[in-house]
Design a binder for this molecule. Structure first.
Ligand code: SF4
Length: 83
């Protein structure tokens, strides 16, 4: 159907949506993964925003974990950085 958006969990899927990558359970459970804004140097915790202006709501820990437990995917931010 033209114009109808499909839903993956609560996240709308369209041509403009972010890419969600499949996460292998072994990687999730056995390795220290960097996947959320809370782990990133560019995250301002008090403001709960990305200091680079990216949409942090897509990469927050709670959202990432919810997405992973729903469909085994996460939306990794390509600009996530650790000190
Ligand atoms: S760079 Fe990406 S991971 Fe880091 S705070 Fe901004 S949106 Fe989050």
């Amino acid at each position: 159907m033209a114009g109808k958006k499909k839903k993956v969990g609560e996240f709308a899927s369209s041509k403009k949506s972010v890419i969600a990558d499949r996460v292998h359970p072994k990687d999730f459970h056995e390795e220290f993964m960097m996947y959320s804004c809370e782990q990133c140097s560019h995250f301002a915790p008090k403001a709960e925003k990305c200091t680079l202006g990216f949409p942090a709501h897509l990469h927050r820990k709670a959202v990432q974990l919810k997405r992973y437990y729903i469909n085994g995917h996460m939306t990794f931010c390509r600009f996530l950085e650790i000190d």
